[in-house]
Design a protein around this ligand. Sequence first.
Ligand code: UDX
Length: 435
Amino acid sequence: MAANEDQAHIAVIGCGYVGLTTAASLANLGHSVIGVESSLERLESLQEGKVPFFEPELEELVNLGIEENHLAFTFDLKSAVSQAQFVFVCVPTPSQDDGSADLSVVRSVSEEMSDSLISGSIVILKSTVPIGTSVQVEEWIDRSDVEVASNPEFLQAGRAVAAFKNPDRIIIGANTLATREKVAELYSKVSAPVVCTDSRSAELIKYASNAYLASRITFVNNIAELCEKTGGEASTVLRGLGLDKRIGEAFLQPGPGWGGSCFPKDTRALISVAAEAGSDATLLNAVLESNETRFAQIAAVISESFIGHEEIQVAMLGLTFKAGTDDLRESPSLKVASLLLNSGVKIVGYDPHVTTTPLNGLEIVQSVEEAVKDSDALVVMTEWERFVDLDSEELIKLMAGKIIVDTRNILNSKTYVDAGFSVWQAGQGWKKPLK
Ligand code: UDX
């Protein structure tokens, strides 16, 4: 029974990064939440209050939920949903070979829980899914007394808990007003605009948001490359651009190309949805291609600084797709590393959250010092705070060469140029010491 009127009984299926953040955050809002996890190893770890991946603030929130008796975990999907008024589906929807989203896990959980759902319950899709999936899930569940809604997540790795507490907006898609209101009520303690719409529009909002952001970064990297090649100052150019209120200043950092678990997968999936609908996806295809080109540009910047040399060793600082996460999925670091390894460059990688090698041939060490030792060049691929103040004297002592490639623009180039390094930065190109 609910301890108070506002407390809902919720099951969250899938305790990965989205599901666990959702479960712990809903528990923190006062709801009674049960997380369903199919991996026994992960389940045991969660039951002990241990989060099996790195996400700031999440472990504390999980433990608080367990202590306050608002959060528990189980393997048993049927039993969990048989006591839930709301069932959040947070299972993976990975890319298939043709770019479309693989809905097999969504389908299997829908079919498996169908008989156990309580009458009047609402199944809410939080996983990112193609347009029309909510309607499809209704068919898989096949229960006229259960509704399916869409409530896409917009969590950013590294700030997922903060983003849940303070989102830019909450999107709810459902085909009846009553269902929209019931789902909105779950978030009554969160202060954010709520956009209620039909489920297809909600699903499209999620894809459109990620595809737009990915396109935006690709545009930024195109302008950055122009600056690198023509001598423009990208940080000023982009600030000048962002001050136009229609454009805005956030999300305008040039870098080595975008990666992660969402942008590549969702952009490919939207292209696939567009193709199926006979809709034009020229822009999105170009965005994907241009992002791959950016990885190649970064690899070329590194390898071209060694033309004529043999047996090159590069220290790669940062392997995750961005700072604040241990996620290596579609990481630009690995794309660039792969291109360099294929051209015979030796790479020694260091990342504060990576202990074993994610790529054949890529050596992993446990400190910056070990990575840079005897290296001909140092490449900053991820914007971890600890790479901002690398000691130039120490680098000179340890490294064999004097080349720094800063793909995240986090170093003060003057410090390193004054110490005798040639420094390349995203959006700025090379700065070299005076002869
Ligand atoms: C993204 C969306 O932001 C989030 O709303 C959605 O739910 C999941 O996908 P995330 O994958 O965590 O979140 O990463 P994000 O911070 O958006 O960055 C994506 C990529 O763009 C990273 O590779 C990042 O380094 C790059 N990026 C981002 C830039 O190169 N420059 C920027 O200014 C911002």
